[in-house]
Design a protein around this ligand. Sequence first.
Ligand code: ZN
Length: 40
Amino acid sequence: MGTIVCQTCNATIDHFEDEKVTVLYSKKCNCCDHEGAEER
Ligand SMILES: [Zn+2]
């Protein structure tokens, strides 16, 4: 199973189907969406 993690606050955002254990760091989650999102 794959996990999508917020790289800002390390919170688990979502899961997705995968054959192996994978962690993907997303730009930001909903709670971080309105702050410190200078990256684009
Ligand atoms: Zn976050």
